[in-house]
Design a binder for this molecule. Structure first.
Ligand code: ADP
Length: 163
């Protein structure tokens, strides 16, 4: 699997699937979650309600339509909320591993990831990057490209330093 990094908006990525840093309720939120629901339109939330009536557990992943985005699917993951005391690093690596498993179930070959938990959920950015790259480097998957999407230039530089 090729690991790439870009600076930009994940909702605009021309990939098979975009990963969302969702919350356990899976009913939308702020940050990248809000951006994905806005760009995808109401079909994303409808699919979340229909397919995940009880939401998702921290560390787990599940897919919905991507609605009006260029991607075909959203793979929702629930990162650990460090600000709420969820400090177990394996919950964060699990998000990336489970997202790749779901991508394989879907047959997605190109997948764009945000830095899960590195925003409101308070995971230190450099370790959030390290978690993603550790899982990507060890992954056995049919996914051909894992693309880490940095929203700002400073974050992009920090990813590039670890690539
Ligand atoms: P969490 O609650 O998991 O911490 P956030 O959405 O608060 O999720 O932040 C996760 C990361 O996504 C942060 O690094 C934030 O800058 C980034 N981000 C926010 N909006 C977008 C977007 N449209 N595209 C890509 N990354 C984004």
């Amino acid at each position: 699997m090729e690991i790439t990094a870009v600076q930009g908006d994940i909702t605009e990525q021309q990939v098979d699937a975009v990963v969302n840093a969702a919350n356990r309720a899976m009913r939308g939120g702020g940050g990248v979650d809000g951006a994905i629901h806005r760009a995808g339109g109401p079909a994303v939330l409808e699919d979340c309600r229909r397919r995940f009536p009880h939401g998702l557990a921290t560390g787990d992943a599940g897919w919905t339509t991507a609605g009006e985005m260029p991607a075909r699917w959203v793979i929702h993951v629930v990162g650990p909320n460090r600000n709420a005391g969820e400090t177990d690093r394996s919950l964060l690596t699990s998000c990336y591993a489970r997202a790749l498993e779901v991508a394989d179930e879907l047959g997605a070959r190109t997948v764009a990831f945000p830095l899960v938990s590195a925003g409101v959920y308070g995971w230190p950015k450099d370790d959030a990057i390290a978690c993603a790259l550790e899982v990507f480097r060890a992954a056995e998957t049919q996914v051909e490209e894992a693309r880490l999407v940095a929203f700002d230039a400073a974050t992009y530089e920090r990813i590039a330093a670890q690539l």
